[in-house]
Design a protein around this ligand. Structure first.
Ligand code: HMG
Length: 302
């Protein structure tokens, strides 16, 4: 089996990871987390979202967080923008990339962004057009590509349908997200292959939540298809407010350990990453949800 020789990781911890935290996390803590992630070698960080503060109160400090970051050359800072209002709010904060986020399941689209899949594409189209015209990169997150908390199993054809719509409005690359972490390797491969009907391998990423402990297996399955872009969350932070019971993304520490163990380069310093995870977990008053981080922290403690 030939695996990619390097992988690009987007750490989504500051956004996906923290959006569902019940306790308010101060903007300066989020900023420090971004700083620690970039110091650890992350070159793509999903920082925040420009969504309704009534829907996701934790992201209401988007301007403060973006303004607080000391940008490092070569790092891409991305933000979620579901509609023109979100895009217009994000523009002064100069994101490098915006993310429109749709779902392969109709029910999840309604619960998450209050509109059908077709309506979501109508909302995204002017956002994508404006971003591309402004020289801002555009990614499309595709939620529930394997399973949906409301509809159950999601057929690969639904993923292909959404990917085609994303491509049609100019979205440059897409994330195949297993939002509730129900996927297993072969199902995840079918979802990725569906996205690959419309995007090439360099423009499809894997975004796996670890609810059922399958995320690393699913990562390996994606690597076997040649996928080399992944999203993960430092310390395994996370969960989606509209996917009850879903736990965090695969922990970046676990992903990096897997990849380095396979001889796949990431550019990330695992020790510094563990420090970043310990920092945010300490703030939240719990241990990192990363087996690798806990093992390495125990080893350090002797
Ligand atoms: C999308 C909307 C806004 C539509 O919500 P809506 O109610 O359909 O929108 P609306 O246009 O009718 O506006 C209603 C109110 O929201 C305001 N509003 C409207 N747009 C914005 C905006 N951009 N920023 C701030 N405020 C906004 C608007 O001004 C108005 O305020 P009011 O008059 O009631 O005071 C809403 O449904 C929403 O905010 N949903 C939250 C979605 C979200 O953030 N979900 C979590 C992220 S997705 C995810 O985690 C999955 C992912 C990406 O990680 C991948 C995976 O694992 O699956």
């Amino acid at each position: 089996m030939k695996y990619p020789d390097h992988v690009r990781i987007i750490d989504v911890g500051p956004r996906d990871g923290l959006q569902n935290e019940k306790q308010p996390v101060p903007a300066e803590i989020k900023v420090e987390l971004v700083h620690q992630l970039q110091a650890a070698g992350l070159r793509e960080i999903e920082v925040t979202s420009y969504v309704s503060p009534k829907w996701v109160p934790q992201m209401a400090d988007n301007h403060d967080v973006m303004a607080g970051i000391t940008r490092q050359p070569g790092v891409r800072y991305s933000v979620l923008t579901p509609n023109l209002k979100g895009w217009e709010a994000a523009v002064p904060d100069k994101p490098d990339e915006i993310v429109v986020f749709g779902a392969a399941s109709e029910a999840f689209s309604q619960k998450n962004i209050n509109c059908s899949i077709a309506e979501s594409i109508e909302r995204f189209a002017p956002v994508v057009e404006a971003a591309l015209a402004a020289g801002v990169a555009v990614r499309g997150a595709m939620s529930c590509t394997v399973g949906c908390p409301y509809e159950g199993e999601v057929a690969p054809g639904r993923v292909a349908y959404l990917a085609a719509l994303m491509k049609g409005i100019g979205v440059e690359r897409v994330d195949v997200a297993d939002t509730i972490g129900v996927g297993t390797p072969l199902k995840v491969q079918r979802a990725i292959e569906a996205a690959l009907q419309h995007y090439d391998i360099d423009h499809v990423s894997g975004h796996f939540h670890d609810t059922y402990g399958q995320a690393l297996s699913n990562t390996l399955a994606a690597l076997e298809l040649g996928v080399w872009n992944f999203q993960s969350s430092v310390a395994g932070l996370g969960g989606c407010p509209y996917a009850k019971g879903a736990t965090g993304n695969v922990a970046t520490e676990d992903l990096v350990y897997l990849l380095h163990g396979m001889g796949i380069a990431t550019g990330i310093d695992l020790d510094a990453l563990v420090d970043a995870g310990a920092f945010i977990s300490g703030h939240l008053g719990r241990k990192p949800q990363s087996r690798v981080a806990v093992a390495l922290l125990n080893k350090r403690a002797g």
